[in-house]
Design a protein. Structure first.
Length: 126
C-alpha cells in the first residue's frame, strides 16, 4: 500500500508530485532544493549554504514519515557546478552518519528556481 508523506515543514510540491511516498518499508523522497518552506524563496548563495537548507528540508520530510537521516540508504545529489563538490561534501557529512548511504552525485545544467543543489533520498524502515 502506498502512503503519501506531506509536511508543511518542507516546501510544498511545486508540480504534480508528492514530497515523498511510503511503499512497504521504503520511503522515496522527491528532490529538495533550498527553498524556505515559509516563503518559497531560495536560502543561501553558495552551494554549501544551499545544501544546509536542502538537508533541513529532507529531514522534515523524513520526520513526517517517522524516519531520520540515519535511515537513508541512497542519495542522489545534483549540482550545477561540480567544483562545489568538496564544500557540499562537508555539509553532507554533518547530516549523515556511518554507515553513510550509497550516493550518486552528478553535475547538471540547471535546477528549478536557479538552485545550485538538489538532493533526493530513499530511506528504509527496519
Amino acid at each position: 500500500m502506498t502512503k503519501v508523506i506531506a509536511t508543511d515543514k518542507a516546501p510544498a510540491a511545486v508540480g504534480p508530485y508528492s514530497q515523498a511516498l511510503s511503499v512497504g518499508s521504503l520511503v522515496f523522497a522527491s528532490g529538495q532544493i533550498p527553498l524556505d518552506p515559509a516563503t518559497g524563496t531560495i536560502v543561501g548563495t553558495t552551494a554549501a549554504e544551499q545544501a544546509e537548507q536542502v538537508f533541513t528540508n529532507i529531514e522534515a520530510v523524513l520526520r513526517e514519515a517517522g524516519l531520520a537521516m540515519k535511515d537513508v540508504v541512497k542519495t542522489t545529489v545534483f549540482l550545477t557546478d561540480l567544483n562545489a563538490f568538496g564544500a557540499v561534501n562537508e555539509v553532507y557529512a554533518k547530516h549523515f552518519v556511518q554507515p553513510f548511504p550509497a550516493r550518486s552525485c552528478v553535475e547538471i545544467s540547471a535546477l528549478p528556481k536557479g538552485a545550485l543543489i538538489e538532493c533526493e533520498v530513499i530511506a528504509c524502515r527496519e
